[in-house]
Design a protein around this ligand. Structure first.
Ligand code: SF4
Ligand code: SF4
Length: 462
């Protein structure tokens, strides 16, 4: 670090008068950029193809927040599976916290869809149409002429088309490809809501990738804001080796170098999509995109110095020449994470395909019958979480000996992904129950298979 903390007083993309500074990053090239390209192609293919992949006619992944229906690897989850989701979310948050503490913002640089689309799709198109970062700068400063009009129109048309594509993919994860296909092929008037949703998403993605850009990472993304809390001096981040690089100084050909290895060429700053100087140390704006590692490695190759002046490392490892190690905090988080994964696995394995709610009908404590028996009246609600019909459902009381009488002799059948409701009496001989409140459990059975169990209570006269 340089000791000059002026950079901490303002954002890299805002000038002293508070106006936005537009970023013109130099196109990165190098080993890390090459590997990031491979990862991006794989993740983009996964993102685009997943909605089309089906298991037994069900999508591989679907997050229908409108209907509260979620399909994960072909298994359907409903709001009734809230506890499974709640624990999955806790595991997810802890995983992110732990992962960030140990490996910094690797997710932002390698996996985040914002970075992948921005740096590997939209920025690449910009380089292709408008040229290098310096040419882009000149083009923006130039008065409007035919060439500028052509380039800008072409770029923004392609940006809009890609945003339209992303909006469709995004929507297919919510409503599924079949429903999306209906919106696309049917007359607009039949799916006005869906059409408006596609339009809004398209404009939102276009706005983000054409104009908002790195501000999403530096100002909006909550994960980015959390870095200051999650990172510590042992976290692995994209870091400048100040021990080796300082004091920096210009490179003079043929001269033996007696100062640090940083030749102050500024390439690491020029490639940065968020406009920061990594030589100041870890900053919230750094999305770990690795562009500065590649830029510096290329310079080191040119001047005949070892690579890795900017590299993945922890602040402590660089400052104290210590080896990176697990901290107590990391160990505790790891232990909790593993425990939660076991709980989640157990919940998933024991998750029933049918959820049942049995409640006693309000205002009907019990009914005394002529044949020395007493009955309680119950409402039952069954939810089928599968894609198959479940017919001839019967109820069996477990800890009381009694008979079930479904009101209206209604058959309890559950349609696929559907809900069935009914009302029934449980009739118990007086000698079989103790006066007052009795604990009661029902088995819900179909075709000899126990679908689920549910607890309630039975009241008899005192
Ligand atoms: S400092 Fe380096 S890794 Fe961080 S955002 Fe800038 S170029 Fe990417
Ligand atoms: S690219 Fe490397 S040598 Fe050039 S200024 Fe950055 S750290 Fe120094």
């Amino acid at each position: 670090m340089t000791g000059n903390d002026d950079f901490r007083d303002h954002l890299s993309n805002v000038d002293s008068s508070g106006r936005r500074v537009w970023m013109y990053p130099l196109k990165p090239q190098g080993l890390y950029t090459k590997y990031r390209k491979y990862v991006s192609v794989f993740l983009l293919a996964f993102l685009i193809l997943t909605p089309f992949i089906k298991i037994n006619g069900r999508p591989l992944l679907m997050f229908n927040i409108l209907e509260g229906k979620f399909i994960i690897f072909g298994s359907i989850f409903w709001p009734q599976d809230f506890i499974v989701f709640g624990i999955a979310m806790m595991i997810g948050i802890l995983f992110i916290a732990l992962f960030t503490m140990v490996y910094g913002r690797v997710f932002c640089g390698w996996v985040c869809p914002q970075t992948i689309f921005m740096e590997m799709v939209f920025r690449r198109i910009e380089y292709w149409i408008e040229g290098s970062h310096t040419k882009q700068k000149l083009l923006n400063k130039r008065p409007w002429d035919r060439d500028k009009l052509y380039k800008k129109t072409l770029k923004h048309t392609i940006f809009l088309l890609i945003s339209f594509g992303i909006a469709n993919i995004f929507l297919s994860y919510i409503i599924g490809v079949d429903a999306l296909w209906e919106i696309i092929t049917d007359p607009v008037s039949q799916h006005l809501g869906g059409f408006v949703a596609i339009l809004i998403f398209t404009l939102a993605f276009y706005g983000v990738f054409a104009f908002v850009r790195e501000i999403v990472c530096t100002n909006i993304c909550p994960y980015g804001r959390l870095q200051g809390v999650l990172l510590d001096s042992d976290s692995v981040v994209v870091a400048y080796d100040h021990q080796r690089g300082e004091p920096r100084g210009k490179f003079k050909k043929g001269q033996e170098r007696e100062i640090g290895d940083c030749i102050d060429c500024g390439q690491c700053v020029q490639v940065c999509p968020t406009g920061i100087d990594i030589r100041h140390g870890t900053q919230l704006e750094c999305v770990n995109c690795t562009a500065c590692i590649d830029a510096c490695d290329n310079i080191m190759d040119k001047v005949g110095l070892p690579r890795g002046l900017i590299r993945y490392d922890s602040e402590n490892a660089i400052s104290r020449n210590e080896k990176w190690h697990f901290t107590t905090r990391t160990k505790v988080y790891s232990f909790i994470l593993v425990a939660l994964i076991f709980v989640e696995g157990g919940l998933l394995l024991n998750r029933s395909n049918v959820s049942a709610t049995v409640t006693r009908v309000a205002g009907q404590l019990y009914q005394v019958r002529d044949d020395d028996s007493v009955s309680n009246l119950y409402n039952i609600k069954l939810v089928n979480k599968t894609f198959d019909d479940i017919d001839n459902i019967i109820l069996e009381p477990l800890n009381l000996d009694g008979d079930i009488e479904v009101v209206g002799n209604k058959k309890l059948n559950l349609p696929a992904e559907g809900i069935t409701e009914g009302t029934f009496f449980l009739i118990v001989g007086n000698e079989s129950v103790k006066p007052g409140k009795n604990k009661l459990e029902f088995k819900i059975v179909s075709g000899g298979e126990v679908l689920t169990k549910v607890s309630t209570s039975f009241f008899s006269p005192n």
